[in-house]
Design a protein around this ligand. Sequence first.
Ligand code: SF4
Ligand code: SF4
Length: 251
Amino acid sequence: MNTQSDQAIRKLTFEVFRFNPEDAESGPHIDVFEINERPYMTLYMALNEIRETQDSSLQFDFACRSAICGSCGMLVNGRPVLGCRTLTGDLPETIRLHPLPAFKLIGDLSVDTGSWFREMAEHTEAWIHEQLAFDANAPEDRMSDDIAQAIYEGDRCIECGCCVASCGVANINKDFLAAAGLNRVARFMMDPRDGRDADQWFEVIAGQRGVFGCIGMMACADVCPKELPLLEVYAYLRRRTLGSKFARPCP
Ligand code: SF4
Ligand code: SF4
C-alpha cells in the first residue's frame, strides 16, 4: 500500500491573501510562496514553514493544532476549513488561502471571531437563566441521559466560525445568528435548568436575525468540522418557536 511518505515530493504553490488594515500603505493583494511538500504536512505546518523561511510578517492564527481551539479557520480554495486538520496531500498543488469572510479582518489570514461570538452570546444571553433562589441544601437537580447527551452535542461547538463564513445570509446580514448562534440557543433551550418562557425565547430567535432568517441550504452543516447535527438543531428551534409539542431534543 502506498503511503504519503512513498509518494514523489510535490512543489506546492500557495497564493495567499495579504492585507494589513492597520497599515495605510497596505492594499489587498495576493502573495505567492512555494515550498516542498513533506509527508503528512498540514496547512499549519506549511504556513509555519513559509513564515519561518520566506516572510516573517505573514499573519495567521493557530493555537492547539488539534481541532479543539477553533482558531485556524480559513478559506482554502474557497471552502472554510480548519488549517490544523487539513492535509496538503488532500489538496491540489496550487492552494489559495483567504481569511474567513463575515468577520473583522485583523491581517492576512487572521480574523477576529472573538468579537462576533461575544456579541452573539450577549444578544442571546447564552447562560442559564435560573428562576429559583439558590439553596445550598436543595437536592441535586437530575437530568435525563437524552437531554444531557443533547446538551453535550451542542457544547461540542469550538467557535471556529466556519459555518458563519459559509453562510450567505451571515455574509450580508451581520446580525444574523447563523449556525453557531442558533446552535447555542438550542443548547440552552433544551436545558431544563433554563427558566426562560416561550415569549422570551421567541424574542431571542424569531425574525430575520434568528431561525426564520435562515434560508435552509445547509452550507453550514457541510463545513462544520465537528459535524454538529445542525439540521436537527434548526428543526428543533422552528418547532419550539411555533410552540409545537413535537419538538424533541436534538440527537
Ligand atoms: S442553512 Fe444556510 S442560511 Fe441557514 S444558517 Fe446554514 S448556511 Fe446559513
Ligand atoms: S457550529 Fe461547527 S462550524 Fe460553526 S462554529 Fe461551531 S464547530 Fe465551527
